[in-house]
Design a protein around this ligand. Structure first.
Ligand SMILES: [Zn+2]
Length: 357
């Protein structure tokens, strides 16, 4: 294995800076005041793709949206870990009397089909149909108790498309001039019967996306900028501090066939290198495995998180070494636990045998 590449230090420094920001009293106050004004707990199901970051595209404070990541944004309510964690998260929100909503997303590129979703073989219609099917199933699963909203993300301009329950679509690219009041009125028509608190809290997300789309427009990104450039493969949860466009492919620990998203993720990294979009000598290729916990060091929860992170790191490194030999020499593991109170990543030593008994 190579010496520690600069990408590892970059991620550690970025995490430390984000954690300092997250715990900064001013930022804590800003977040608390945001949550006080907009208490809805949004759970966003999305693709592992490094260009999809809901908090970033909506310009909302870190920690106010809960991300759930998998290949192609595909989830199944029968996957035990996913079901258990989602139900627990929704229960906690409800106990705190926060309204809850699930946003299920697909993504595509308006300029070139091959910049769309690899997980769906670049078939946007199939991805969209899946999210609609998931929405119908989840609505039945929760017995209409949790609003489920479908959104598309056009990654060239990082714009959201909100799919109404009435069949209408709100495309932010075409609605940049709408005021918050106009957005609120539109949402009420699009989501008949939806908890009005949820719709009220959706408004700042869409207003934030309008601002973001305008900024992206002004940056005049090139076709290369909007193509895959990730050099980190992240596995696990607790990455909401990452907030960097096109740096990391993030795979949640949910799919019962976890090798499938890991293979697609490793394949994307390999393609980034062989196509020349990513120079592996620049940052290295970082395999970052993390597991979050709200408990302190020394508790069983903490050691459980360490064990999960170690397991996924070893499994992913093994898969890359065995099946993606073209990038194996550049792959470097970074393993640890994220303290959810501070979002600080506590690094632990990599154990290449941690996926074995
Ligand atoms: Zn995707």
């Amino acid at each position: 294995m190579l010496n520690q590449p600069s990408g590892v230090q970059f991620l550690l420094d970025h995490n430390a800076a984000q954690s300092a920001d997250f715990t900064n009293p001013k930022e804590v106050e800003r977040r608390q005041s945001y949550v006080h004004q907009h208490p809805t707990s949004f759970h966003v199901l999305k693709c592992m793709d490094g260009r999809c970051d809901m908090a970033q595209v909506t310009e909302t404070p870190a920690g106010t949206i809960t991300p759930w990541r998998n290949l192609g944004g595909m989830f199944h309510l029968g996957w035990p870990t996913f079901q258990q964690q989602l139900l627990r998260a929704l229960k906690v929100a409800k106990q705190e009397e926060m309204p809850v909503a699930i946003i299920v997303t697909y993504h595509f590129s308006a300029s070139q089909p091959h910049l769309g979703c690899k997980g769906w073989g670049y078939d946007t219609e199939a991805a969209k149909a899946y999210t609609q099917k998931f929405q119908a199933k989840a609505t039945t699963f929760f017995n209409n108790g949790v609003p489920v909203i479908v959104m598309g993300l056009e990654t060239d301009r990082q714009a959201l498309l909100v799919e109404g329950w009435n069949g209408e679509t709100l495309d932010i690219r075409e609605s940049l001039g709408l005021s918050e009041q106009e957005l609120a009125t539109k949402l009420t028509t699009m989501f008949p019967g939806c908890d009005p608190r949820v719709l009220r809290d959706l408004v700042p997300l869409l207003a934030g996306n309008s601002r973001h789309v305008t900024e992206v427009q002004n940056q005049q990104l090139t076709p290369e900028d909007v193509d895959h450039q990730e050099w980190t493969l992240a596995i696990g949860r607790g990455f909401d501090w990452l907030h960097l466009y096109n740096v990391a492919i993030i795979i949640g620990p949910f799919d019962v066939d976890i090798s499938k998203p890991l293979r697609i993720g490793a394949g994307l990294l390999a393609e980034n290198v062989t196509s020349g979009r990513v120079d592996p000598n620049k940052h290295g290729l970082v395999v970052m495995s993390a597991s979050p916990t709200w408990r302190r060091q020394g508790t069983t929860d903490w050691s459980g998180a360490e064990t999960k992170a170690a397991f996924f790191a070893a499994k992913t490194m093994r898969l890359i070494q065995e099946e993606y030999k073209e990038i194996a020499e550049y792959a470097y593991p970074l393993v640890g636990v994220v303290d959810m109170h501070t979002r600080l990543f506590h690094r632990q030593e990599f154990d290449s045998e941690a996926d074995q008994l």
